[in-house]
Design a protein around this ligand. Sequence first.
Ligand SMILES: Cc1cc2nc3c(=O)[nH]c(=O)nc-3n(C[C@H](O)[C@H](O)[C@H](O)COP(=O)(O)OP(=O)(O)OC[C@H]3O[C@@H](n4cnc5c(N)ncnc54)[C@H](O)[C@@H]3O)c2cc1C
Ligand SMILES: NC(=O)c1ccc[n+]([C@@H]2O[C@H](COP(=O)([O-])OP(=O)(O)OC[C@H]3O[C@@H](n4cnc5c(N)ncnc54)[C@H](O)[C@@H]3O)[C@@H](O)[C@H]2O)c1
Length: 452
Amino acid sequence: MAPIADQSYTYDLLIIGGGSGGLAAAKEAVGLNAKVAVLDYVTPSPLGTTWGLGGTCVNVGCIPKKLMHQAALLGEAIHEAATFGWQLPDPKTVKINWELLKTAVQNHVKSVNWVIRVELRTKKVEYFNALGHFKDAHTVIGVTKKGEEKILTAKNILIAVGGRPRYPDIPGALEYGISSDDIFSLERAPGKTLVIGAGYIGLECAGFLNGLGYDATIMVRSIVLRGFDQQMANLVAEEMEQRGVHFIYQAKPKKITKQEDGRLLVDWVDKDGEIHQDVYDTVLFAIGRRALTEELKPENAGLKLVSETGKIEATNEQTNVPNIYAVGDVLHKRPQLTPVAVHAGKLLARRLFGNSTERMDYTNVATTVFSPLEYGCVGLSEETAIMVHGEEQIEIYHAYYKPTEFFVPQKDVDRCYVKVVALRHDDQRVLGMHFVGPNAGEVIQGFAAAIK
Ligand SMILES: Cc1cc2nc3c(=O)[nH]c(=O)nc-3n(C[C@H](O)[C@H](O)[C@H](O)COP(=O)(O)OP(=O)(O)OC[C@H]3O[C@@H](n4cnc5c(N)ncnc54)[C@H](O)[C@@H]3O)c2cc1C
Ligand SMILES: NC(=O)c1ccc[n+]([C@@H]2O[C@H](COP(=O)([O-])OP(=O)(O)OC[C@H]3O[C@@H](n4cnc5c(N)ncnc54)[C@H](O)[C@@H]3O)[C@@H](O)[C@H]2O)c1
């Protein structure tokens, strides 16, 4: 029987954030007979873009990104098809229609929003479209779009608010720049685009824009794909460059101004302090994401944040306040990936309501960068393996491979590459596996299971 005190709370579990982690936890918890509510609210981007229920992955992340990546791959395949005998019009006349692509992508996203709404209703998860903040450790105030307040109490509270793109503090950034929150629903074709930042999002966005036929440039502050195996990261960058993406290395944006013709004049500074300029139709910032924790008024609940990142440090997803938990992108030093948020949310619900003791394992999580030629990896990079185990303990295996389908269209096989990082002695355990090539996302999953 539940303790008497518990009955004074309306919910067993109140979740702030209806994205990958929050929804997974909600569905699992109601299945275990918990009374669950979810608050989800999207604050418009500086450009004014907003979206429906489901969080980053569904609306402005994995799903629209994968669809635009696929559109770019199809464009490439059309051109290859002629070499396999397809009778096509002059390849130069084959063009993307941004409006049609954007509408198809957004229609799919909206259908997913709808399925999620129906699922929550069917499973009897109470959903509030309201922006939540703490009143105390068991009470959350949800503010609706109309400014109405809902006061909700719960025995357990789960923070799953994710993050939003950061903007640099330079003139014109907020007024004229966009981010991944805007690109997938942009009303006009992006045109000549400057992507600032060379992490996952920067490479993926520049990759699909180039594949769709737009002039794309990536401005790299220091290195490409920090934290990833640098040999593989450089292969990805070289391949992108060969396909037409431009790179500006060791540069930082200084200022964006709007010209009379509506185009954007960007000033940037190189490593020697010299100022350069160019004109773009779109400037997209992909310089990392900020966790949405300050807005939660964490001090009202006694919740501590990590000062450098504003994120939450949690042990087994439990924060410093025992009845408050966190999953997903808000967690300090955890991978910011949908399957990680989903699995952590499910396991937490099972521990809270299903007598389970199974904990989330954040090690050896596979991930893929959907650059045109994909890069999938799991485990340690060469650099990290050397740092952890010492150079003399590490053996690196390298191999090129040649996908048969590359030969007829005479595609370059120079960067289809596999690298295995292993211990040199004893059982020669594999510590990391890296794969650049077609369908890397699918390929790496099998290897990840083996490494686990
Ligand atoms: C462009 C892009 C591409 C990506 N591609 C991939 C990919 O291919 N594979 C992959 O695994 N991951 C990918 N990711 C990362 C993935 O989207 C995130 O790791 C995942 O969505 C995190 O889930 P979450 O539950 O932590 O938060 P989110 O999914 O961000 O959900 C949080 C929700 O909470 C809401 N919210 C925030 N504050 C409040 C509040 N105070 N009150 C109420 N609601 C609030 C937010 O609006 C949002 O709806 C991508 C991300 C981006 C941006
Ligand atoms: N395929 C996937 O699974 C996928 C795809 C996209 C995003 N994600 C997740 O989303 C997270 C965020 O991605 P992201 O690309 O925004 O962040 P990121 O941290 O991966 O990359 C940001 C990049 O911007 C650079 N940068 C930072 N400040 C800058 C500045 N002022 N000027 C120029 N460059 C600057 C950084 O050096 C870094 O290279 C990732 O860590 C990832 O976990 C996953």
